[in-house]
Design a protein around this ligand. Structure first.
Ligand code: GLC
Length: 382
């Protein structure tokens, strides 16, 4: 059987969680194409994996529309959107299966799919619940998914449940947990080599966004003297005001000598293995949380808020501590417990590392997605 000709579609080309996953998935499809609304690092990563990149002629500026306001703000850009749908449909004709990786990509690819009649997979990286999305957006996405998507791939049970709760068809949802490439076997880097301070040190790793909860960690640090933190990640989608707020908080809370902002980094696993504990402080339900798995693979202890997928990834708390979302006090208690006896958490770290290797490897994820795509392509030709 000739392999399915697959067309990936994603709106942004900057690297956030969903794009990291796409770059991993794409490695299973070296002859595939990727239609992106803009140039950028994702395009380069996909081309490096042997995919053919196609950049939209009509994509300019659309990637920047904020997700909660997208529909209203997109209205003046309707002509552009129609042009994009035509472009995606044009590209789709040379492919067997379409694969949309973001909400905006899904919206437009769904319209294109109805024109060219191709099976469409939507890899949904979000929790479609009211705390994350407005009613109009949820109704539109779910309505389109129910009518047009052949499968909706989600990374967690939490995402699947939210999709169904919002009215999505249970028969089209498939849970394919995200996967991460295990780190190279190498000695733990020293703090000195990485330019990190000595002493009790935690790290938070995600883009800077209010719901990712970095501010809650800063408040918790205020209650836990002696603990330092590195904040890794940058403001990607118009969240610069939040970054300024975080920096102001550091000054106000007198944390200047304990908190270091490192920006976006490519050596996340090395940094993770050099801190004592990775904190995942999201205030809203997390669709997945790649950081959790990366920390588990780096054999570093985890403290995460109990919202969304964290509980299933951390095996109900057996693979990491779970704390109350948005509650700095609860986080501070967990950090104090950890630093009082880090050696007591060794067994938890071992369990977490095994669990991550068994369930959350990139190879397993690629295998799952490849099987799904081949099945859809076979259905089309048969
Ligand atoms: C989004 C989600 C995050 C998930 C990632 C990959 O960024 O917010 O939870 O890990 O997508 O699926």
């Amino acid at each position: 059987m000739t392999p399915a000709r697959l067309l990936f579609v994603n709106h942004v080309s900057s690297m956030s969680g969903a794009e990291f996953v796409l770059a991993q998935v794409a490695q299973a499809f070296p002859g595939a194409s990727a239609f992106l609304f803009e140039q950028g690092p994702l395009l380069a990563a996909l081309e490096a994996h042997g995919l053919k990149g196609i950049v939209a002629k009509n994509g300019g500026g659309l990637a920047g529309i904020k997700r909660d306001k997208s529909l209203v703000r997109a209205l003046p850009a309707l002509a552009k959107l129609a042009g994009l749908v035509r472009e995606i449909a044009g590209a789709a004709r040379a492919h067997d299966v379409l694969y949309a990786n973001s909400q905006k990509a899904f919206l437009l690819t769904a319209l294109a799919a109805t024109i060219v009649r191709r099976p469409l997979v939507w890899h949904l990286h979000d929790i479609l619940n009211p705390e994350h999305f407005g009613g109009m957006q949820r109704r539109l996405q779910i309505g389109l998914a129910n009518r047009v998507a052949t499968r909706v791939v989600v990374p967690s049970r939490a995402c699947a449940d939210a999709f169904v709760e919002a009215g999505g068809r249970p028969d089209i949802v498939v849970v394919v947990p995200n996967g991460v490439s295990p780190p190279q076997a190498a000695p733990r880097p020293t703090r000195e080599a990485l330019g990190l301070p000595e002493g009790p040190l935690v790290g938070v790793f995600s883009r800077l966004a209010h719901w990712k909860g970095q501010h809650v960690l800063l408040k918790a640090l205020h209650e836990t003297p002696g603990i330092g933190a590195i904040v890794v990640g940058s403001a990607l989608f118009g969240e610069e005001a939040y970054e300024r707020q975080l920096r102001a908080m550091v000054t106000e809370l007198g944390l200047g000598d304990r908190v270091t902002f490192l920006g976006q980094r490519n050596d996340v696993m090395r940094l993770m293995s050099a801190v004592d504990c990775v904190v995942h402080p999201s205030t809203l339900a997390e669709p997945f949380g790649l950081t959790l798995v990366e920390a588990m693979m780096a054999r570093t202890s985890v403290v995460a808020t109990d919202a969304g997928a964290a509980r299933e990834i951390l095996d109900d708390g057996l693979a990491g501590q779970l704390v109350t979302p948005g509650d700095a006090g609860s986080l501070a208690v967990a950090l104090k417990a950890f630093f009082a006896a880090p050696q007591d958490f060794a067994q938890q770290r071992g369990h977490a590392a095994l669990r991550a290797a068994e369930r959350y490897s990139a190879d397993r994820m690629r295998g799952d997605i490849r099987a799904l795509v081949e099945q859809l392509a076979a259905g089309r030709s048969g």
